[in-house]
Design a protein around this ligand. Sequence first.
Ligand SMILES: Nc1ncnc2c1ncn2[C@@H]1O[C@H](COP(=O)(O)OP(=O)(O)OP(=O)(O)O)[C@@H](O)[C@H]1O
Ligand SMILES: [Mg+2]
Length: 411
Amino acid sequence: MQLQRLSLTQFRNFARLDVKVPEGAVLIVGRNAQGKTSLLEAIYYLATLDSFHAETDRQLINFIEARKPLAVARLQATYHRGMQQHQMEVRIIREQTRNGVDRSRKEVLLDGAKKKAGEVAGQFQAVLFLPQMLQIVEGTPRHRRRYLDSALTQVQSGYGEQLGEYENILSQRNALLKQLSENGGDRNQLDFWDERISHRAAQLLHARFQAVQELDALAGRLHHELTRGAEVLRLNYQPSYDPIPTPAKQRTLIQEPTDRSRVDEGKLESGFLKALEATRGEDVARGSTSIGPHRDELRFLSNGVDLGSYGSRGQVRTTLLTLKLAELDWMQARSGFRPVLLLDEVLAELDQLRRADLLGRLGDKQQVLLTTTDFNLFTPEFLARAKRWEIEEGRLKSGDPIPPASQAPFP
Ligand SMILES: Nc1ncnc2c1ncn2[C@@H]1O[C@H](COP(=O)(O)OP(=O)(O)OP(=O)(O)O)[C@@H](O)[C@H]1O
Ligand SMILES: [Mg+2]
C-alpha cells in the first residue's frame, strides 16, 4: 500500500492541502495545535471511513466552512494497492433540510464510481498509533474489544456487517428481556432471538479467536525484540462464553492463554445457544444478555503480569507499539498488502534504547508518517533518511534541510 497523493479541502484546520506523499518515512513537524494529528486522522479516515476520535463526521468539517448552509469537507487520495493504482474521494456533507434540521452524510467514490462506505473500508489500508490508544491496554474492556473489531473490519470482509447485525439483535433481545423482567410474560419468545444471536455470536467469536491467536504469535516475537528479550508478551482472550472451559480449580494455576482458534463455527453456535439457555433465568432477572462477544475481555500479560493493572508507562507504551506493529504484519499476512503506518507522537516516554530500536525497525520500504514537536527524539540516521514536512496553522511549508539531532527542540 503506497499513498501517492493526498488532497484535503475544508478538513479540520486544513482549508486546502494538496501534496505528493513520498515513499519511505515522512516526519511531520510543527508546534502544538498546527494540524499534525489531523493530517494522520485524514489518512486513517480513508482506510476506515470513520474517525477515531470525532463523535460525528460533521466535526471533521472546517469550522468556517461549517457555518455555511451547505458545508463540505473533501478528502482525495491516489494510492497503489499492489500493482494497481486507485483513486478515492470522500465528501463529508452537512446540509440543512427544508425545515431547518441539520443533517450530515458522506459520499464515497472509488475510481470515480459511487460506493457505500462499507464496500470501500479497507480498500486503502493503514495502521494508526495514537497516544490516546494507550487505553487499549489500560482502559476498559470496551476499548480492547474495539481494537480487535476495528482490526478485523479492515481485513475480513463481512466482519463489520456481522458485528452490526449482532448488535442489532442484541438490543432487540435486551428489550425483550427488560420487558419480561418488568412485566413478566412468555419466556419462549426468547427462542427466536436466541437462535439468531447465536448464529452471529459464533461468527464473531470464530473470527476473534483466530485473530487473537495470530496476533499473539506476531506480537510475542516483536515484543521480544523491542524489549531486547526482557519481556514475554501474551494476549489472553477471556470469553464470557467459553467453548473450552477451564476447570475452576486449575484457573489460578494456568499461565498459558487457551487456543480456541480451532473450534469450528457450528460448534460455537450450538454451544452458545446452550449457554444462553443456561443463563436465561439470570438474563431475565437482569433484563440484559450476560454472555456474548459484547461481554468478552482481552488482557495483555508481560512475563505473566497483567499490564492493564500493573504496567509502567513505558511498558504500556511499548506494548501498544508492539500491538500496532503486529497489526501491520497481520494485515499484510491476511490481505497481501502492507498497510501505511501512521505514528502520532510515538517516541515520547520511550527510553533512548527503545526509541533507537523502533526507528531502526522502520525499514526503507515501509511508508510511514510520524508526527513530532521535537527533533531531538530522533536518531541522526533516521533524520538523514526521512523526508520532512513542516506544518503551521493547517498549511504545509516545504521542508527545509533537516537539522542535526543535536539542535534545540522545534520551537
Ligand atoms: N473542524 C475543525 N475546523 C477547524 N479547526 C479545527 C477543527 N477541528 C479541530 N481543529 C483545530 O485544529 C488544530 C490542530 O489540531 P491537531 O490535533 O491536528 O494539532 P496537532 O498539531 O496534532 O497538535 P499537538 O502537537 O498539540 O498534538 C487545533 O487547534 C484544533 O482545535
Ligand atoms: Mg497532535
